[in-house]
Design a binder for this molecule. Structure first.
Ligand SMILES: *Cc1c(COP(=O)(O)O)cnc(C)c1O
Length: 396
């Protein structure tokens, strides 16, 4: 067994920061129901509202525009379910004469893709926009799809597998000019690059705590004043009736603390985590022949590097690296376990065989230059061994 463990899968989830953990442990003593009017309730509520201000500050949003949810998946589903209600008559059926078009992309997270696919089964016209070979939306195709029939445009700010960043401000500007609602899944962007809902001009924006060193099972949805929102979970009057259920105070407090730290650290995230990525990228290009880097050459998350290794199989690389104490992924965590090649790599035109030989390395706080050196020593012989095996097999 290797003593060393180097986690390079920060886009799947991040470790809980020690400051967040300490704040949450202290908060577990605060048991009040944040909706109760007595002192214990008010104490819990005060903490929830402090967290709301911290999340708002991170996103450039007023605290009143922040709704707490169970995470990114719920936030995204809430937006799509809202559109389902908007486009339907009182009998729940789609109104063919109304706005029934949805534009999204082929590289969204499964929780958006499947929400859009569900609306399609109900009769909505859904456009899954193609992207170019670096993962950017094709703006000409987007403009051609936009019309007065479009109800919602939902485009992720940064991709979880290849890290490509979209020009959300421009997409939102065109969307608003067409009179449609604009949503962005910014789960992978928040805490890594500046995310300001005013500068972006979005109506809805999704974030999740566990991708920014906070706890799992808690997240938020930003909603612009005046934009419609129907609750996904009906019940009590929590969150102004937009999301029922007794407050998950400690989760919310953890999210707030993580948001506060993310805002504080944002100025050095790009340079420090970006430097690790650069060192790794250059080391890899120098040591492993014939590799291909997937994603945009410039508009890319500072922490994400997706690499195709022709002639080596992804799952085998992942397992060999794991034995050496290095944890990576072959796509998104949500897609692993499936034998289909990554839908994101397919969308950028990577051949299925090559997509099967691709690894996502995602970095974050806690990784040192020595860790990168260790990976750069460990990985090349693994790739060489697997490539030699596949050559033997293909000649057998
Ligand atoms: C992780 C992730 C989600 C899902 O967030 P959860 O809080 O795990 O539900 C959604 N979108 C993107 C881009 C993600 O990376």
């Amino acid at each position: 067994m290797s003593k060393r463990r180097i986690y390079l899968d920060y886009n799947a989830t991040t470790p809980l920061r020690k400051e967040v953990k300490a704040a949450m442990i202290e908060d577990l003593e605060v048991f009040g129901n944040a909706s109760s009017m007595h002192a214990d309730g008010r104490e819990a509520r005060g903490r929830v509202e402090t967290a709301r201000r911290a999340v708002g500050a991170l996103l450039g949003a007023p605290p009143s525009g922040i709704v707490f949810t169970s995470g990114g998946s719920e936030s995204n589903n809430t937006v799509f379910q809202t559109m389902r209600r908007l486009g339907a008559g009182s009998d729940g059926r789609v109104l063919p004469q109304g706005r029934t078009g949805i534009i999204t992309t082929a590289i969204e997270h499964p929780c958006v893709l499947n929400s859009a696919a569900y609306l399609k089964t109900l009769g909505y016209k859904v456009h899954f926009l193609p992207v170019d070979e670096e993962g950017k939306i094709r703006m000409d195709v987007f403009k051609a799809a936009l019309s007065e029939k479009i109800l919602l445009v939902s485009v992720m700010m940064a991709n979880n597998e290849i890290g490509t960043i979209q020009d959300i401000a421009e997409i939102a500007r065109l969307t608003k000019a067409a009179g449609a609602w604009m949503h962005s899944d910014a789960v992978q962007a928040v805490g890594k690059i500046p995310v300001d809902v005013e500068a972006l001009g979005v109506d809805y924006l999704t974030m999740s705590a566990h991708k920014i060193y906070g706890p799992k099972g808690i997240g938020a949805l930003y909603i612009r004043k005046g934009a419609p929102l129907f609750p996904l979970i009906n019940g009590g009057h929590q969150e102004d009736g937009l999301r029922a259920g007794t407050y998950n105070n400690t989760g919310i407090l953890g999210l707030g603390k993580a948001a506060e730290l993310a805002l504080e650290d944002l100025p050095r995230y790009g340079s420090e985590i970006g430097a690790l990525r650069k060192k790794f990228r250059e080391g890899l290009l120098a040591r492993v022949p014939h590799i291909k880097i997937n994603g945009h050459h410039e508009d890319v998350l500072p922490n994400t590097l997706n690499v195709s290794f022709p002639g080596a199989e992804g799952e085998a690389m992942l397992l060999s690296l794991d034995l050496a104490g290095i944890e990576v992924s072959t796509g998104s965590a949500c897609a692993s376990g499936s034998l289909d090649p990554s839908h994101v790599l397919m969308a950028i035109g990577v051949w299925p065989e090559l997509a099967h030989g691709s690894i996502r390395f995602s970095f974050g706080w806690g990784i040192s230059e020595e860790d990168i050196d260790y990976v750069l020593e460990t990985l090349p012989p693994i790739v060489a061994r697997l490539r030699a095996m596949s050559t033997v097999q293909s000649h057998a």
